[in-house]
Design a protein around this ligand. Structure first.
Ligand code: ZN
Length: 129
C-alpha cells in the first residue's frame, strides 16, 4: 500500500493525479491486474474524467456547486455539509485495470483528486492487487 500526499489550494478543486498513479503502477504494479485508489477523507473524493480540456474540470466543479449549495437548513455544526454530500456523490474510490504495470485508461481519461472543503492537506492511498 502506498500513500500520495497532496495539498489543495481552493475550497473546491480537481487535482490531476494521473502521473503520480501511473509512476506508482510502473514501479509497483507490474505483476498485478488492478489499481485501487482510495481517499481517506469525508469531504474529498476521487474521480475519473477528461483531462484534455481544462474547461471540463471547471464545469464539473461549477455543476456540483450548483447541484449542492450549502443550504442554511443543514444541521452539521462544522458548516460543511455540502462538502460531505459532494464527497459521497463523487465517491471515495476508483479501480483501474492494469496491464504490465500500465494503467488501462481511455484516451481522454485522467484521475482527479476532488477537494470539496479546502484548502487542506490530504492523503490518497493506492493499492495494487
Ligand atoms: Zn464536517
Amino acid at each position: 500500500m502506498f500513500t500520495i500526499n497532496l495539498k489543495s489550494s481552493e475550497k473546491n478543486q480537481l487535482i490531476d493525479i494521473t502521473d503520480e498513479i501511473r509512476e506508482l503502477a510502473q514501479e509497483q504494479g507490474r505483476d498485478k491486474s488492478a489499481c485501487l485508489i482510495f481517499v481517506l477523507h469525508t469531504t474529498a473524493a476521487v474521480t475519473i474524467n477528461e483531462n484534455a480540456d481544462p474547461d471540463v474540470k471547471s464545469d464539473l466543479i461549477m455543476g456540483l456547486k450548483k447541484l449542492i449549495p450549502n443550504f442554511k437548513e443543514f444541521k452539521h455544526r462544522e458548516g460543511n455539509s455540502d462538502a460531505h454530500i459532494k464527497s459521497s456523490l463523487v465517491g471515495s474510490s476508483e479501480i483501474i485495470p492494469l496491464k504490465d504495470g500500465k494503467l488501462i485508461l481511455g484516451t481522454w481519461q485522467g484521475i482527479f483528486f476532488a477537494e470539496f472543503d479546502g484548502p487542506r492537506k490530504r492523503s490518497v492511498v493506492v493499492s495494487f492487487f
